[in-house]
Design a protein around this ligand. Sequence first.
Ligand code: COA
Ligand code: MG
Length: 292
Amino acid sequence: MTQTPFRPRRSCLYMPASNNRALEKAKSLAADTIIFDLEDAVAPEAKEDAREQACAALRSGAYGKRELVVRINAMDTPWFAQDLKQACQSKANAVLVPKILSADDIIAISNLMDEYDADRNSKLWAMIEMPLAILNLPQIAALGGQKRLTGFVMGFNDLAKEMHADHERGNFLSVMTQTVIAARAYGLNVIDSVYNDFNDPDGLVAECLEARKLGFDGKSLIHPVQIETANRIFAPQADAIAEAEAIIAAFKDPVNAGKGVIVVDGKMTELLHLKQAKQLVATAAAIEALAE
Ligand code: COA
Ligand code: MG
């Protein structure tokens, strides 16, 4: 299994590619990832213009170190093929495809990306928002590291609609856990769904904390006002960094040379904790590097 190099994805901001002001604004926003949206945020009559604008913006090189992703229209729409082709020829780091149903969808899109001469580092992310995708999660996730697939993004607005369910977080908890497990089994990144009520900061905090505890890398966002919260909550916390540094130092101590289990701060600490500690410190360093 190929592990993708780590980069922070605490805050993944959707930006309607038809909105010029948003395209401009995103150049100064502290989102780790910008998702140029050609799908639900763009009206059918604006699709072609949005595609042109997004690709021109992507090629401009004006978004600094931010990771750039294009969410194209779904496979069964008239815009899909051109969206994918143009996205492959832009400088996007990844293409995010909505309404994925099966592993065959991923294989087909990945093959098309090859055909459209996408850079070999251009990745494929899948929206997990259809009931069939959830039934097929193990097969879809198993393509991780092959076929360009490196990430899942939850889409609960569509999933609620498809399930005929209320859009309540409790309805999605089991799906969140399943998706994180499937993603981690194959080294994929996994991003939580959006919080629609962008005027409710407390609700956003609660969703971010819940998603972080479940293992998500970050949250997809819809408005700039949500970025700071996601960046703060999905970053390693100061006490966790201090604990990780203590674990690393303890294992380096010659007294503990060759040991697989030691005591740090009164707690049993094994080599797996050392590995986790190193990962956490590396994450904190990667976040710091973004700010430079
Ligand atoms: N990305 C970048 N900039 C954004 C933005 C976004 N998602 N949402 C708002 N902004 C910008 C606005 O352009 C505006 O910039 P300005 O000050 O230069 O004019 C500023 O932030 C303030 O915006 P505000 O007036 O508070 O919001 P709004 O009423 O114009 O828009 C939404 C509200 C929800 C329509 C808008 O935030 C949006 O389109 N969000 C993304 C929707 C989306 O992509 N959905 C698909 C995924 S679920
Ligand atoms: Mg959707």
